[in-house]
Design a protein around this ligand. Structure first.
Ligand SMILES: Nc1ncnc2c1ncn2[C@@H]1O[C@H](COP(=O)(O)OP(=O)(O)OP(=O)(O)O)[C@@H](O)[C@H]1O
Ligand SMILES: [Mg+2]
Length: 601
């Protein structure tokens, strides 16, 4: 029930439309009842020329009058009248049904459009830990398959449940009206039909959750395989990948069949029970007709209404079951929509003023999962200083600086800019002042121009070009087939490693932030490329406060201060020469790791 409310809440903007649709459904149902009523005069008067006899006496006056009028008519003109009326009714019914469905479709499509927007917006605002713990394929599957299922539930589920409820009430009314006793007898069948089928629905919901989970697995698998195609090929793993995919695909198929076996069973099962009920009515009602208490035509109407009653019952059960499936999807979608990002902006957050004094890490502890990755970091950096972080892989360098951007919050301790805790400033005001060049350049499948100007719409083409020149990128960009308008492929696959890095640097140059985080790429470039990248970096870091994560000596040497990290701690600090003289970890590091690269440059 909770879940229904959630979906309906999304639909609340379309309340007016929904009421309109319900009005048309009601109208459409009414025409059904009247059309079916035409069976009475046709069977009694037109075909048999007998008077119509309704059992019981309490007919409303207008109906008694109508029946008397019909009873006094001749079969010939009556037939023409009835034909005309039925024709009109069919037309009205068709039209109202069409309009009603169309409105529901419009609402359904809007609801899922809104839901998809909401979901994507939410995902965009999740903190980074969410993405470490959620597979991309899973998210895609929620945005596509789950949303699709919900749409279905909405247009058909809601439309059908209202429409067929009307039908149910209508035919139930007719049946009860004509013969209360007989009707009651039949109605004991209804729960008989419904109960086991509703139970089946519960099971379907469970299977359905499994199906949606498998769908997500399948999506993730595909995504991973396609994105890593070069590695797959390099290791000749195509066959293995296909095998893994096939296994998943087969599981998926099995689950779908399992659910279909149950879904398909619904129809014959209801059919059989309904048939048995109908036969019982035939026997009992037949006796009433033989004894003259009811005319043949009224009996036909009764039987007709009874048969017609089965359809809404069956449909409602089907809708119920389908809604169970959809609710599994709703659950999964709202699971994300209702998730709170771990990094949140406080209500009283202020705009960070332009940093002018210092940045302080104060006893910062941090862990992603169980183990602490940062263990009590204390570091004070003055504005304008270039600080270089070095240390073995996994020491926590990237992690430390991602806290400065508030990708995560410290588990303990705090980070201050000009004395203000990062948790008390508006996140976008902080990120406006901090530039980031990541270890792996992050590029989008867009033009070179848009990649450089990412997030900076207000920059002019001249500024973009200027930034590219400073980053040593202009030269190769103009040689690309469409220059700045060249689309560079997903994650920039159409560019070389060095070119990607220089685009990423150009982006940072253009942003021109007072504080810069530069995570040097670990990948080795050829000497020429390396030189260009180093030159670009050199220009980029001028006149800023820079946190440089260095993997090369040439970079480390440029810093005002070198901070050596190991296993989440700062173990040494100082200038290059001082640290060498101290003969500690940096010195060892320098000898083993930096030497060849340093020598080469
Ligand atoms: N998203 C994450 N979820 C869980 N653990 C993580 C995550 N990112 C990093 N880690 C772990 O945190 C530790 C520090 O990683 P970090 O990326 O900060 O190292 P680093 O010093 O930048 O290494 P490198 O020089 O190789 O870039 C590692 O042990 C790593 O396994
Ligand atoms: Mg790193």
């Amino acid at each position: 029930m909770e879940l229904y409310k959630k979906v309906l809440r999304v639909a609340r903007n379309y309340k007016g439309l929904l009421i309109l649709a319900i009005f048309f459904m009601f109208f459409s149902t009414l025409t059904d009842g009247v059309s079916l009523g035409m069976l009475v005069p046709i069977s009694d008067k037109v075909l048999n020329n007998h008077p119509i006899v309704f059992p019981g006496t309490k007919l409303p006056a207008f109906l008694t009058q109508l029946i008397n009028k019909v009873n006094s008519m001749n079969p010939q003109p009556l037939l023409i009248w009835i034909s005309a009326i039925v024709l009109v009714l069919i037309a009205i019914k068709g039209l109202t049904f069409y309009i009603q469905r169309l409105i529901m479709e419009v609402i359904g499509q809007r609801v899922i459009r809104d839901l998809r927007d909401q979901l994507f917006t939410k995902i965009q605002h999740m903190s980074l830990d969410f993405f470490s713990n959620t597979r991309v394929g899973e998210l895609v599957s929620r945005l596509t398959y789950d949303i699709y299922v919900i749409r279905h539930a909405f247009t058909e589920g809601i439309a059908d449940s209202v429409y067929y409820s009307f039908q149910l009430l209508l035919y139930l009314g007719i049946v009860l009206f004509i013969n209360f006793k007989l009707a009651l007898f039949v109605l004991v069948f209804l729960p008989g039909i419904s109960w086991p089928l509703l139970k089946l629905g519960k099971r379907l919901r469970k299977i359905s959750r499994q199906i949606q989970g498998k769908m997500a697995d399948l999506n993730s698998r595909m995504q991973e395989a396609f994105v890593s195609m070069n590695i797959v090929k390099a290791f000749s793993m195509e066959k293995e990948e296909v095998k893994r995919f096939k296994a998943l695909n087969r599981d998926f198929y099995k689950l779908i069949l399992k659910s279909m076996r149950r879904t398909l069973f619904l129809n014959p099962a209801t059919e059989f029970i309904a048939g048995a009920g109908g036969i019982a009515v035939l026997v009992i009602g037949g006796r009433e007709v033989i004894q003259g208490r009811m005319s043949f035509g009224v009996f036909v109407y009764f039987l007709g209404a009874l048969m017609a009653l089965m359809k809404p019952v069956k449909r409602l059960i089907k809708v119920y079951n389908f809604n169970q499936v959809a609710m599994a999807a709703v659950e999964r979608v709202f699971e994300i929509i209702e998730k709170e990002p771990t990094v949140r902006e406080s209500e009283s957050a202020i705009d960070l003023p332009l940093p002018c004094k210092d940045i302080v890490f104060e006893n910062v502890w941090f862990k992603y999962e169980e183990d602490f990755v940062l263990k009590g970091i204390n570091l004070k950096v003055d504005m304008g200083e270039i600080v270089c972080l070095v240390g073995p892989s996994g020491a926590g360098k990237t992690t430390l600086l991602s806290l400065l951007l508030r990708f995560y919050d410290p588990t303990e301790g705090r980070i201050l800019i000009d004395g203000v805790d990062l948790r008390d400033v508006r996140i976008d005001s902080l990120r406006r002042y901090v530039g980031l060049v990541t270890q792996e350049p992050v590029l989008f499948n867009d033009t070179v121009y848009n990649n450089i100007a990412y997030g900076m719409k207000d920059k002019s083409p001249q500024e973009v070009e200027q930034a590219a020149k400073i980053a040593n990128a202009h030269e190769f960009i103009v040689r690309l087939p469409q220059g700045y308008d060249t689309v560079i492929g997903e994650r920039g696959v159409k560019l070389s490693g060095g070119e990607k890095q220089r685009i990423a640097i150009a982006r940072a140059v253009l942003k021109n932030p007072p504080i810069l985080i530069l995570d040097e790429a670990t990948a080795q470039l050829d000497a020429d490329s390396e030189l260009k990248v180093q030159e670009a970096i050199q220009r980029l870091i001028q006149n800023r406060t820079v946190f440089l994560i260095a993997h090369r000596l040439s970079t480390a040497r440029r810093a005002d201060r070198i901070v050596v990290m190991e296993e989440g701690r700062i173990v040494e600090e100082g200038k290059h020469e001082e640290l060498l003289a101290r003969n500690g970890l940096y010195c060892k590091y320098y000898r083993y790791q930096f030497q060849d690269v340093g020598g080469k440059l």
